[in-house]
Design a protein around this ligand. Sequence first.
Ligand code: FAD
Length: 485
Amino acid sequence: MPLKETTPRPAIVWFRRDLRLADNGALAAAAAEGRPVIALYVMEPDGPDGLALGAAQRWWLHHSLDALARSLQPHGVPLVLRTGTAVDVLEALVAQTGAEAIYWNRHYTPQRMATDSALKASLIGRGLEARSFPGALMHEPTKVRTGTGGPFKVYTPFWRAFGTQVQVHTPQEAPADLIGYAGSLQSDTLADWNLLPKKPDWSGGLADAWTPGEAGAQERLAAFCEGPLDGYSDNRNLPDRDSTSRLSPHLAFGEITPAQAWWAAKEAGRIPHGDLETFQKELVWREFSWHLLANFDDLKTVNFNRTFDAFPWADDEALLAAWERGQTGYPIIDAGMRQLWQTGWMHNRVRMIVGSFLVKHSLIDWRHGEKWFWDTLVDADAASNTASWQWVAGSGADAAPYFRVFNPVLQGEKFDPEGRYVKLFVPELVDLDMKYIHKPWDAPPAVLARAGIALGRTYPRPVVGLAEGRDKALKAYKDMRGEAA
Ligand code: FAD
C-alpha cells in the first residue's frame, strides 16, 4: 500500500536479547519519529550471538517471544519471525517494505559486536539509517577505562570507576503509541521453530519456577524490592530461601534492563544502605563480566591467565556424569545440581561450591562445567558464565586464589545449617538427622537405617575423598607452576 507523503517510512526494530517494550532505545526511537514499526526477530543459523542456545534457554526464548508478541499486539504491531542470517533477512525486509531505518539495541559478545559493526556500515552504505542503542548494560565496555586507558581486569577498581565514569541512565517508559506497519508480512510460526523440548518433556519444573517475559520480569523486580532486598546482605548466601532477586534469566534475555533494577532498588524506600549497595555491587559484577568478555575476545574458551594452559586436568567422564546428575554423594552439591536440572537455576553460593568441587576436588577442566551450565541454565549468559567459571577455576581475571578450595561439608553446614535446601532437592535424605545431613557417610548405621538410607544404594557414597581431592588439586597447581611439592 503506498504511504502518504507525510508518513515517515517504516523502521525495522530488530529484537535480539532485548525482549521488552520499556527502556528499549531502539523501539523508543522508532516511536518518537512516528515511524510505522516492523518488529522483527531473526532465528540466525549460528544462534543469537554467534552462540547456539542451550536447551533451557530455547525453552525460555519460546515463551519470551510469545510474551513479546502478545505485548506488541494491542499496538497493532505483529512480531515478525524470520529465519536466516541477519543481513539477508534485513535486506529482504527492506526491499519488501521500503523501510529506511533499522534500529537495534547493542549486545556485547565479540561475535555480535563484529557482525553488528559490519552490518551497520553496509546498511549505511546503502543509504539506510542504521542505529544502535545502549541498554543491555549500564556502561559501555569499550569506553570505561583505567587511568592508563586500558580495560579493567580487577573488580574493585572497576566498581570505583563505575561510580565516577558511569551515569546510570533513567529508564524510559514503554512507548504509549506505536504505529504498526500497514502491509502484510510473512512470518514463521513460533511453534515451527521447535524451541520446546520434545518427549520426554523435562520443562515442567521450569514452567513452575518461572514466568518468562517482560511482565514476569517486572513482577519479580517489584516482589524483590518489596521483600528480600531488605536484608539482602545477610541473607543472599542462604540457598534455602527466596533471598535474591532471581532476575538473572530476565536480564539475560533483556526482558528487563539492569538500569531498571538499579533504580527500582534505589527507589524502593527504607532499604538499609548496606543492602542497596550489596545488590548494586552484584549488578556491577554482571557489568564487569561483560567488560571482560567485550575486551578479551577469547574469554569463553581460553584461560585468562595463560599459566593455566599447563594445568593437568583429569579426563574422568564418570566423575563428570556423577556431578552433572547430582550423584556425587555430597548433599549440597547434589542439591545444587538437581536444582539446576529441575528449575534451570542454581543459587550463587551453591554455584561456587559445585564449581570448586568440579575443578578442584575432581580436577575437571572448567570448560566442561561451563558447557553444562550453558545447556541447563535459564540465565546462561556468555559473559557471567564464562567469567564466573574462570573465577572459580583460578584462571580468571581477579580470580579466587587457587588454594581456596571450598569444602562442601563446611559450606553446607555454614550456609544450609538446617539442611532445608538439601532436603528440598535430595528427597532420599529427607528423614536424615540434621547432624549428618551434609555428611551422611558419618552417620551411625542405626541413624541411616532409621532414615531409610542405604549408602551406595539409595544415595551414593562420596565419589571423591575430600582430603584426597584437595591434596591432588594443590599438587596439580604446584606442578603447573613448576614448584616442588
Ligand atoms: P541476585 O543476587 O539477585 O543479583 C542480581 C543480579 O546481579 C543477578 O541477576 C545477576 O545479573 C547479577 N549478579 C549477581 N551475582 C553475580 C556474579 N557473581 N557475577 C555476575 N553477575 C552477577 N550469572 C548469570 O547471570 N548467568 C550465568 O550464566 C552465570 N553463571 C555462573 C556460573 C558460576 C560457576 C558462578 C559461580 C556464577 C554464575 N553466575 C551467572 C552468577 C550468579 O550466580 C547469578 O547471576 C545469580 O545467582 C543470579 O541469581 P539472582 O538473579 O537471584 O542474583
